[in-house]
Design a protein around this ligand. Structure first.
Ligand code: KQY
Length: 368
């Protein structure tokens, strides 16, 4: 495959917004028993429901191990779902897959960020991540897309959101965390984002959601809904550990100007819960040194902001929570031309993320 030594921006490529048209969405089948309870069986049902929901709007490719291939193939039987055998360490393709970039000449390429399992040996979530670091390369090779590799920059796709018009939102908690790129300062990271995604302005929120095991990925806390408008997870409860995080994010967003000079409109999304794993749910997860321990006392970082935009649809998590209906109504108001589909997200949350984290959109080539 072609691995380029230039940068996307120098070659005329940019990262499109998630609402721009997709050719397909990628997913990875969950199975590792130290992350997914009961050998991944409840998570496999949850991922299947997500894949089927997306497949009503656009094609889906699900990557699966040789061991689970037959099971996934049978469970994902659908005209719009393709199942491919690919070895991985876990199932978070938002973070391990490529960030696709497009140009005006009908070409799609991919950025293959270096990956260290959300912090390497300094707070990372599992001890060996070599196969996950290969996922982006494998996907780009399958799709025949040229690849940009950032050996000097560790980054996960869930730590960034873009408006497709030159602005990126991220968190200091994640991108400036010493367990990612201790050799780079804020300006150097901004420079690398500018070169790889064609970004002119970076908006830095101080934190992500409380207890997010990714060190505060923005995709669980705040996202774009259209250029100039963002959706922020929100609580008015001053006793909630998310309260100061929401206040600090709002202060940044209210004072920000995007790459086009716009002041942002900030919409609020309630936070479900507080949600916790049960004793039984925690007991179903294998204990392995170096992997994330599960405990009912640990608050789960549940969020309705962790949704995926697909062609004509919004695929969002529900939590069997009293706020589910309000969340759906907010999303439908913000996306009047999309159909909002809520899919149970608890099993995905128990593994440490949600629908946006387990999906990666591949944009349609554009000729302008
Ligand atoms: O939320 C994500 N983007 C990834 C979460 C990884 C959790 C592993 N236990």
């Amino acid at each position: 495959m072609t691995t380029l030594t230039t940068t996307p921006r120098a070659d005329g490529f940019r990262m499109p917004a998630e609402w721009e048209r997709h050719d397909q969405t990628w997913m990875v089948w969950p199975q590792r028993p130290d992350n997914w309870r009961l050998g991944g069986k409840p998570a496999q049902a949850a991922f299947s429901a997500v894949a089927r929901a997306i497949a009503e709007f656009e094609p889906v490719t699900v990557c699966v191990s040789a061991e689970q291939y037959e099971n996934a193939y049978e469970r994902l039987s659908h005209a719009n779902i393709r199942v491919l055998e690919i070895t991985t360490d876990d199932a978070w393709v938002r973070d391990t897959g490529p960030t696709f970039v497009i140009n005006n000449g009908g070409e799609v390429r991919g950025v293959d960020w270096a990956f260290n399992a959300w912090g390497g040996l300094n707070g990372g979530l599992y001890a060996n991540w070599v196969r996950d670091d290969q996922v982006a390369r494998k996907i780009l090779q399958i799709e025949g897309c040229a690849r940009y590799r950032t050996d000097a920059l560790i980054l996960e796709g869930g730590s960034i959101h873009v408006d497709g018009e030159g602005t990126l939102i991220t968190t200091e908690e994640c991108l400036l965390n010493p367990n990612r790129n201790p050799h780079l300062n804020r300006e150097q990271i901004e420079q690398s984002l500018a070169e790889h995604l064609a970004i002119d302005t970076v908006i830095w929120l101080p934190h992500g959601l409380f207890n997010d095991e990714t060190d505060g990925h923005v995709d669980n806390f705040c996202c774009y809904v259209r250029p100039g408008e963002v959706l922020l997870a929100w609580t008015d409860d001053a006793g909630d550990p998310n309260y100061p995080r929401c206040q600090a994010a709002m202060a940044v967003l209210e004072n920000a100007r995007d790459a086009k000079g716009r002041q942002l409109i900030v919409h609020k999304m309630p936070i479900p819960g507080p949600l916790h794993a049960s004793d039984e749910e925690c007991a179903g997860v294998d204990l392995v040194a170096g992997s994330q321990a599960r405990d009912p006392s640990i608050r789960l970082a549940g969020s309705y902001v962790n949704f995926l935009i697909v062609n004509g649809g919004i695929i969002a998590p529900s939590f069997d929570d009293p706020k589910d209906a309000e969340a759906q109504a907010i999303l439908q108001r913000l996306f009047p031309e999309h159909r909002v589909v809520m899919v149970p997200g608890r099993e995905i949350l128990l593994g440490g993320g949600n629908i946006h984290c387990i999906t990666q959109q591949q944009p349609t080539p554009q000729n302008r």
